[in-house]
Design a protein around this ligand. Sequence first.
Ligand code: SF4
Ligand code: SF4
Length: 239
Amino acid sequence: MEILSFKRLFLDFYQINRSRREQEIQGRSELDLGGWSETLFSLVSLYKLQGERQLLIEALSDPYFPFTKLKKLNLQEFQKEQGFRDLSEESLAKMAAEHFLQWAEIFLSIRLALKKINRGGRVSSLSLKGSPGETIPQRGKCKHCGCCCEIRGGPPEFTGSVEPPGEWLGYFRGDCTGFQRFCPFLFEYFAMGKFFCSIYLIKPKCCWEFDQEECDFLQKDVARERMEGLRAGLTSRIK
Ligand code: SF4
Ligand code: SF4
């Protein structure tokens, strides 16, 4: 694997995929997917095994794959964390690439299970059929930033009347990957940086306990991050 190119190829695909999904939301029917497919194949070609490449193609072609959280938490912020700061670029890229594959696998497993148990949206509250016409329900003042779901695991006390598949207990506990920085049930709407809970109607007890005060606190962080991003952009233009 030419591992050092992972970050660049991920970001290239992130951009082109976002633009593709934006066009879908705008209802443009004459989409040219040539550049999108080419960028996708460049990214997945970093992986040796045909099965891995196939798995990634399936996950990354899904309009609910959470690219923006992976970009922020597993690609850009790993290197700022204690214990990761001293690692070489190569080690960080390797970890990010391996984690990306694991995440794709977990994501597809959740998608598959939801296809079986989400009849009529009784788990997600959405049908999740990949239509941009099906938007995220507005709940209270939620801005769909997904910050409340940036967790490394929690007690898997699922609620509601639908029995979750056994492996979901481990997914929520955070057992499945050492680099979990957000909940695997957090999906993104059409790569737009808007997030929703794919198991909203049966989400664990601790998720129901999250309240407005905690949300307001997290929103201050989001505002600070945006300001830092704006400042960084300004500095790079001035230089
Ligand atoms: S932190 Fe608040 S605004 Fe963001 S997703 Fe959670 S509830 Fe919504
Ligand atoms: S189960 Fe849903 S609400 Fe709870 S952390 Fe995961 S994505 Fe967020």
